[in-house]
Write a new protein. Structure first.
Lengths: 192, 236
């Protein structure tokens, strides 16, 4: 039991080292921020796309007011949503951005060859997760989150919180797998 | 690496752009077809048959002469509507409603439980006796203060707005108690609520709270600046 735990801790440390190796570069960090921004924008505005289009193209307001219109949404996120919902959106978006950057890095260096070739639904699911495609799944989840988050039902509001945190857990697993791959790529690069 | 990240960022922005500027058209088409197919359902047909647009009074909060109207679709029992009323709604009342620049036209969108419908009927009963704005505020305050602000979200599933409760909440404002109580239990006012629901469908309301300002729809919780921007545009 102790050995298993030690191995798990070691794997997590390796994954963290891999993630740090990728993210410490300014360009990667910018990628994380952009990914988080796009993801959170999608969650926050998916119910009001017509309004977004109106503000961007048709609204008779200055460019600065347009910037302020969107930026204040982020500033007011904790007053517009309840604390747990708001925190869920922020955490989910940051992890989404991180996952995208790691996925881009791994795909660039290894393509899809690192995806485990297992049979059965479990193996396929693992392959999808290991390949970082949680991001694809969570992008499908995002409108659901937004829809539920905006709806009036308390049950659905609670569900949205669970969905956002559940999505975050899935992304963390994907980051963990991608981090391990990135760490092995780092070792390979250093050998060369 | 830099090129790849730039490419990723561009792809993400393109996807977001596509979602904003193309997908919404598709959504519009889908929602139109959904509405059309739903109209075939008996329930909707009943609502259409029952709805009384001609005699439906406008439930106004603020000055009737205000140059700009903010249409609000809400359910008195919905937590988000309550949150709006006590947050952004309060700010809007301070800045725009009380100064007579904007009025709120409240339209009922009850769907949570039977008491949602009862509270919605009550809004028209209160209108008959001349105290709709007070009714609106007091019902929201009651639900918020006694349930949602305390974290009792399960109140959503209980019959918390009974006839007796509603009467007690607005007892000070009621002119004719027996008429008001009878009005709450009677379904006569449902024709106005049906009209509200159909107006909501026309406005593309898919959830509560839903708002329309100068033809622009706002769905779900939004911050003060979103309303301020749209209201200021209309006030120019």
């Amino acid at each position: 039991m102790k050995t298993r735990l030690a191995i798990l801790v070691l794997r997590i440390r390796v994954a963290c080292a891999g993630v740090w190796f990728v993210v410490r570069k300014p360009a990667s960090l910018a990628g994380v921020i952009i990914g988080a921004f796009v993801s959170s924008s999608f969650i926050l505005w998916s119910l009001n796309l017509d309004l977004v289009r109106y503000i961007v193209f048709d609204a008779p307001i200055s460019f600065l007011d347009k910037i302020r219109f969107f930026s204040e949404t982020y500033r007011d996120i904790f007053t517009t949503y309840d604390s747990l919902q708001a925190l869920g959106i922020i955490v989910f978006s940051l992890l989404f951005g991180l996952n995208i950057v790691l996925l881009a890095y791994v795909l660039k260096h290894q393509g899809l060859k690192n995806i485990p070739k297992k049979s059965g639904i479990g193996g396929m699911l693992m392959a999808v997760l290991a390949g970082g495609c949680v991001a694809c799944g969570t992008s499908l989840l995002a409108p659901l989150l937004a829809t539920f988050g905006a709806t009036s039902s308390a049950f659905l509001r609670d569900l949205s919180v669970w969905l956002s945190w559940g999505g975050s857990v899935l992304i963390i697993f994907s980051i963990y797998k991608l981090g391990q791959i990135a760490a092995s790529l780092r070792v390979a690069q250093e050998k060369h | 690496m830099n090129k790849l990240l730039t490419l990723t960022a561009v792809c993400l922005l393109i996807v977001f752009g596509w979602l904003v500027f193309i997908r919404s058209d598709v959504n519009d088409e889908n929602s139109k077809s959904d509405i059309e197919s739903n109209q075939l359902e008996d329930e909707t047909a009943d609502i259409e048959q029952n709805a009384d647009f001609e005699n439906r009074p406008a439930l106004i909060i603020g000055s009737a002469d205000a140059p700009v109207t903010l249409v609000e679709y809400a359910d008195f029992k919905c937590p988000s509507c309550n949150q709006f009323h006590h947050g952004v709604g309060a700010q809007l009342r301070d800045e725009y409603i009380d100064s007579g620049r904007v009025r709120i036209e409240f339209r009922n969108y009850p769907f949570i439980g039977p008491d949602s419908g009862r509270a919605a009927r009550g809004s028209y009963c209160a209108y008959d006796q001349g105290f709709f704005p007070a009714y609106h505020d007091k019902i929201y305050n009651y639900v918020w203060d006694n349930y949602y602000s305390k974290g009792d979200m399960a109140a959503e599933f209980r019959d918390i707005l009974t006839v007796d409760t509603i009467v007690q909440i607005v007892a000070d404002d009621i002119r004719d108690m027996s008429t008001f109580s009878a009005c709450l239990e009677d379904t006569t006012k449902n024709k106005f609520i049906d009209a509200d629901l159909l107006l909501g469908a026309d406005d593309g309301v898919t959830g509560t709270p839903g708002f329309v300002i100068g033809g622009q729809k706002i769905t779900g919780p939004s911050n003060y600046n979103t309303f301020k921007t749209l209201l200021d545009i209309q006030l120019r």
